[in-house]
Design a protein around this ligand. Structure first.
Ligand code: MLT
Ligand code: ZN
Length: 494
C-alpha cells in the first residue's frame, strides 16, 4: 500500500477528454459548465485573496450524481473542490492557483428533505442556504439556532464542513453540536449515510463528527440532519457602551447570573469596527449618542414566557449603577433589533471595503481573552507601527477575530503589503496566541490561508493524526487538495 507521503504527492492530473464526455453525459447542460465567464465568480474567494483554476464547474442536483462524479474523478485521478456559497474566510472552497481541479458546486442540492417537529430535527441537503433553513423552520414554529453575517449565501454543506460557529454558540454550540448526522460521498464514491441520527450508536468511530470540520478533505457532505429549537417567543436586544474588554466579560457573567441561559448572544465590538461599518455600509447609524472604546451587542431570548426584556433592562440598569457599563440602549422594536445586528454582521464587509488586512480567528480560555485583547493590541502596535487592530466577535466563546488593518501607506500597493507584511503580522499574532495555549483557527477553519501556520505551530502528534486520517480516507488526494492538511513534503514535524 502507498505511504501517506507518496499518495499525497500525486498532484492533480490533466482532465481527460473521456472524463469530460462522461461528466457531460451524466450531468446534462444544467449540470456542467466550462465557460470561463460563468466560472470566474466562483474561482475567487470572498476575501479576494485567492483566484484558483478549474477546467469546469459541476452542478449535480442529487446525491447519486455526486457519487457518480466522485467515482469518475477517482478513476481519472482528477481532484474535486466542493463549494457551497463561497463564503469561506480562508479560501477553503476555491481551487489553488496552480491546481487543475474541477469545481463541485453543491448549490443545486437545495431541498429541505424533511422537518420533524416531534423530534425537532431537519434533514436538509448541502446546498440549502442558511437563511432558507431559518425560514423553513420558522414556518413550522421552530428555529435553527445558528446565524452569521453570510447567512444569505452560506450553505449547510459548507457550515457542516467548516464546523461553523456564528453568534449563538454561547448557548447552542457550533455545528458539531447541532449536526446529528451527515450523508456524504467518500473519496472512492461510496455513500455514507448517517442521517438516521440515532440518539445512541456505538458502532465505533464517530464518522459524522470526523466529516464535520473536515473542509471537504475526506469526502463531500451531501445532506445533514440538524437539531432544531423551539421558535423564539420574545427576544430582547441591547447595545452597550463599555470602557474595557474586562468589563464586557464581567457584564456577560452578571447577565448570565440574572437571566440564565436566556442570554444567547454576546458580541464584543470595538469603536474602530463600528466606525468602519458606519463609513462603508449604507443606511447604518450608531445606536448610542456617546463614543465608547468598546461595545457589546447582547441578545436574550425566551422560547415561551416570560419576555426577557424586563430582566435584561433591570440587569443593565444595575450594571450602569455599578459603573460597569458606560451606556446602554434596548432595541425598542424588532426593526431596531435588526439594525443592531446588521451593524455587527457587517463588520467583515466594512473591513473589506476599508482595505487590506491580516485576518486572525483566534481562541483562548474565555477568562484570558480580555487581557489578551489589551496586551496583544499593544504588542502589535509596538512591532508594526501605523497598523490598526480590529478585534471583535464572540467574547463569550473565547473567540475573537483579532484582525490587523494595513497602514494607509499600504494603499499604494496592497498586493505587496498582503504578500510581504501581512504574513509577518500573522506569525506575530499567532505566536502570542500559541504562547498562551490558544488556537489559531477557532471557527473559520484552515483552508489554504492557514495551512502554513498550522504546520508551523502544530505539535507532531496533531499533524500526524491529521495526515494519517487524510491518507487513509483519501489516498489519491482528490478531495479538496491543498486545504487543511499540510502536505508531508511541507515538513514532517515527526
Ligand atoms: C464574524 O464573526 O463576523 C465572522 O466570523 C466573519 C469575520 O471574521 O470577519
Ligand atoms: Zn466569527
Amino acid at each position: 500500500m502507498n505511504s501517506v507521503r507518496t499518495v499525497l504527492k500525486s498532484a492533480a492530473m490533466p482532465m481527460l477528454p473521456a472524463l469530460v464526455a462522461a461528466l457531460r453525459d451524466l450531468l446534462g447542460p444544467k449540470g456542467y459548465a466550462d465557460d470561463p465567464a460563468e466560472l470566474a465568480p466562483w474561482l475567487t474567494d470572498w476575501r479576494g485573496r485567492v483566484t484558483g483554476r478549474a477546467a469546469a464547474m459541476l452542478r449535480p442536483d442529487t446525491a447519486e450524481q455526486v457519487a457518480a462524479i466522485v467515482r469518475l474523478c477517482a478513476a481519472a485521478g482528477v481532484p474535486l473542490v466542493p463549494q457551497g456559497g463561497n463564503t469561506s474566510m480562508v479560501a477553503g472552497a476555491v481551487p489553488g492557483e496552480a491546481d487543475d481541479a474541477l469545481l463541485l458546486s453543491l448549490r443545486r442540492l437545495n431541498r429541505v428533505r424533511r422537518i420533524d417537529t416531534e423530534e425537532n430535527l431537519a434533514v436538509v441537503e448541502a446546498g440549502v442556504v442558511l437563511a432558507d433553513l431559518h425560514d423553513a423552520a420558522a414556518a413550522v414554529g421552530r428555529r435553527f439556532p445558528l446565524s452569521l453575517g453570510a447567512k444569505g449565501s452560506a450553505t449547510i454543506g459548507g457550515l457542516v464542513s467548516t464546523n461553523a460557529g456564528g453568534t449563538q454558540v454561547l448557548r447552542h454550540g457550533t455545528m458539531r453540536a447541532l449536526t446529528l448526522g451527515v450523508e456524504a460521498v467518500l473519496a472512492d464514491g461510496a455513500r455514507f449515510d448517517d442521517l438516521a441520527a440515532l440518539p445512541k450508536d456505538n458502532r465505533g468511530y464517530n464518522v459524522t463528527q470526523l466529516l464535520i470540520g473536515a473542509e471537504g478533505t475526506l469526502g463531500v457532505v451531501t445532506a445533514a440532519t440538524l437539531r432544531l429549537s423551539p421558535a423564539v417567543g420574545a427576544r430582547a436586544v441591547a447595545w452597550v457602551g463599555l470602557r474595557a474588554p474586562a468589563d464586557a466579560l464581567r457584564l456577560l457573567r452578571r447577565l448570565e447570573r440574572a437571566l440564565g441561559d436566556a442570554v444567547e448572544g454576546f458580541e464584543l465590538i470595538p469603536a474602530i469596527a463600528l466606525e468602519l461599518v458606519l463609513r462603508h455600509v449604507p443606511g447604518t447609524r450608531a445606536p448610542l449618542g456617546g463614543a465608547w472604546p468598546w461595545h457589546a451587542l447582547v441578545e436574550a431570548v425566551a422560547e415561551g414566557a416570560p419576555d426577557p426584556g424586563e430582566a435584561l433592562a433591570t440587569a443593565l440598569g444595575e450594571a450602569l449603577a455599578a459603573g460597569l457599563v458606560g451606556d446602554a440602549v434596548l432595541a425598542a422594536s424588532e426593526r431596531d433589533a435588526g439594525e443592531f445586528w446588521r451593524l455587527r454582521e457587517s463588520i467583515a464587509e466594512g473591513e473589506r471595503a476599508e482595505g487590506p488586512g491580516a485576518k486572525h480567528d483566534v481562541s483562548l480560555p474565555v477568562a484570558a481573552m480580555p487581557a489578551f485583547l489589551e496586551e496583544g493590541a499593544a504588542a502589535v502596535g509596538g512591532a508594526f507601527p501605523d497598523t490598526r487592530v480590529i478585534a471583535f466577535g464572540h467574547l463569550g466563546d473565547g473567540n475573537i477575530h483579532f484582525n490587523v488593518g494595513a497602514p494607509s501607506t499600504a494603499g499604494a500597493d496592497p498586493a505587496r503589503w498582503l504578500a510581504e507584511d501581512a504574513p509577518a503580522i500573522t506569525r506575530f499574532v499567532n505566536d502570542l496566541v500559541a504562547a498562551r495555549g490558544g488556537s489559531i483557527s477557532a471557527e473559520h477553519g484552515i483552508g489554504q490561508l492557514k495551512r502554513d501556520e498550522l504546520l508551523r505551530l502544530s505539535d507532531p502528534a496533531r499533524l500526524g493524526v491529521l495526515r494519517a486520517i487524510k491518507g487513509a480516507l483519501d489516498p489519491l488526494n482528490i478531495m479538496n487538495p491543498g486545504k487543511l492538511v499540510p502536505l508531508a513534503e511541507e515538513g514532517t514535524g515527526q
